[in-house]
Structure formats: C-alpha cells, structure tokens
Design a protein around this ligand. Structure first.
Ligand code: NDP
Length: 252
C-alpha cells in the first residue's frame, strides 16, 4: 500500500518540491495550501501516480489545523508522513521597528512557524496513535533553518521560531520513538524560492552566493531529496536529527 503524506505549504517552493519527491517514490500526497487553490491543484495534478489532493487551511487557526489533518485522513485513508514546511519570514530590525510592529511580527512568525507546527504534530500523533494498524512507521519532518543557529541580524523572530522547531522535533523524537514514530528536522541555508527572491536579487544576495563554496544557493529539489529520505521507512535511525543542508556554506 502506498504511504500517505501531508505536506504543508506545498503549492510552491520547497513544499512543492517535497510533494514531487514523495509522489515520485510512490506516496499519495495531500498538497496543503493557504491562498492559491489553482496553483495547489496544478501541483497536485502534476504529481506522478494517482489519488493526490489539494487541501486548504490557514495554519494559524488551531481549528483549521485539526480540520486539515481530518481532511487528509479522509481523503487519503490515513496519514503516515507529515512534512511541516509552511512558514513565513520577517525582517524587523529592533532599533527601527515600532513596538506595535515588533509585537505583530513576533506573534505572526511564532504562530505560523512554531505553534502551528506543534498543533500539526499533535493532530497527526493523535491520528497515528488511534489508527487501527497502530503508529509504527509514522514519520514527521520539520523544515527548520540554518537561521536558527547563525545569529542572523534583523530576523530574530524567524531564528527563534526555527530554533524552537528544531527543539520540537528533537523532543517529539524521544517521546514518540517507543511508538515507532520517527521525527526529524532539516536546517537549510538559503534556497531559491519566492520567500527570499528579494534578498537574492539584492546586493546581499550577491554576497550570499559569493560566500558559498559552490557559488550559489540551493534549489528546492536539493532539500526535498533529504526530506524524502528522512520520511522513508529506512530512516528510523535518523530520528532526532537536525540535518544541515547548506552546501558547506558555514564552514569558513
Ligand atoms: P515560500 O514562501 O515559497 O512558501 C511558504 C509556504 O508557506 C507557502 O506555500 C505559504 O502559503 C505557506 N504559508 C505561510 N503562512 C501560512 C499559514 N498561515 N497557513 C498556511 N500556509 C502558510 O517559502 P519556501 O518554500 O522557501 O519555504 C518553505 C519552508 O522552508 C519555510 O518554513 C521556510 O522558513 C523554510 N526555509 C526556507 C529557506 C529559503 O531560503 N527559502 C531557507 C531555510 C528554511 P501561502 O502563500 O498561501 O500563504
């Protein structure tokens, strides 16, 4: 039987590449989106194999998270694999951001990148523990960031949210191992997606590419391949890993 995967934020960028990598290895995929049903439907329709669906939710709303997991279970017949990929980025220098904007940025980023991830993990864990065949073989991967460790200026809430996501993955990895569920995270450096398109087109983007030993940033497919492996049946022993994916960018 094919494995059933829910990938959040999968209508574009890294999420769309993850959906493609999972479908290519035989999974049936729920392509989650928030704002663009047409694009999500296109991504789902282009996946190899049959049975893929596009499902909508704003993940900052806990009720919509619960409904999304229920919809995925109903549409796919269950969920074996959760990839928490949806996220937002926000530039808010402390010296020049108003107190009101500072509050708004921290709230939005932590809610989207961290609290939503915790809620998704809870709902999928509940499903895995309650399903008739038992939880064994369940997999969760959180898309974190190298920004969690680097002291990146101007994006403290983003870095904090990703550090929290890594901690969430590691805590759940230990707690869920006795149930045969493996949980891991990936920590990419810069990836060529819409999220960082403005940075990449600026002089800062030139500097980032110049500092990379490969002279470039990652393509989404290079992250997706690692996520596919971490969610595979063979990757149980990688549970608890935060896998650095940065093309050796931070070694010098
Ligand atoms: P994109 O901006 O292309 O994709 C982000 C996705 O998250 C979109 O599909 C977006 O949907 C979804 N999303 C955002 N907010 C919500 C919400 N409240 N509810 C539901 N979905 C939401 O970015 P990437 O593909 O680059 O990023 C994917 C992940 O990878 C993110 O977690 C990001 O932090 C991480 N990452 C990215 C790096 C990079 O350099 N690109 C580097 C390291 C990590 P919609 O547009 O409909 O809101």
């Amino acid at each position: 039987m094919p494995r059933r995967a829910l990938v959040t934020g999968a209508a574009r960028g890294i999420g769309a590449a993850v959906a493609a990598a999972l479908a290519a290895r035989g999974d049936v995929v729920a392509v989650h989106y928030r704002t663009d049903p047409g694009r999500a439907a296109e991504v789902a329709a282009a996946l190899p194999g049959a049975g893929h669906v596009a499902l909508q939710a704003d993940l900052t709303d806990p009720d919509q998270v619960w409904a999304l997991v229920a919809d995925a279970v109903a549409a796919l017949g269950g969920v074996d694999v959760l990839v928490v990929n949806a996220g937002i980025y926000g530039d808010h220098p402390i010296a020049t951001t108003s107190y009101a904007d500072w509050q708004a940025q921290w709230t939005a980023i932590l809610q989207t990148n961290l609290v939503a991830a915790a809620n998704l993990a809870w709902c999928v864990t509940r499903h895995l523990l309650d399903r008739p065949e038992g939880p064994r073989g369940g997999r969760m991967v959180m898309v974190g960031s190298r920004g969690a460790y680097r002291g990146e200026p101007r994006v403290p809430a983003y870095g904090a949210s990703k550090a929290g996501l890594h901690a969430l993955a590691q805590s759940l990895a230990v707690e869920l191992a006795p149930h045969g569920i493996a949980v891991a995270a990936v920590a990419p450096g810069y990836v060529a997606t819409e999220m960082v398109a403005d940075v990449m087109a600026s002089p800062e983007g030139e500097t980032i590419r110049a500092q990379s030993p490969f002279g470039r940033v990652a393509e989404p497919e290079e992250i997706a391949g690692a996520v596919a492996w971490l969610t595979s049946p063979e990757a149980e022993w990688a549970s608890g890993t935060v896998l650095d994916l940065n093309g050796a960018s931070y070694l010098r």
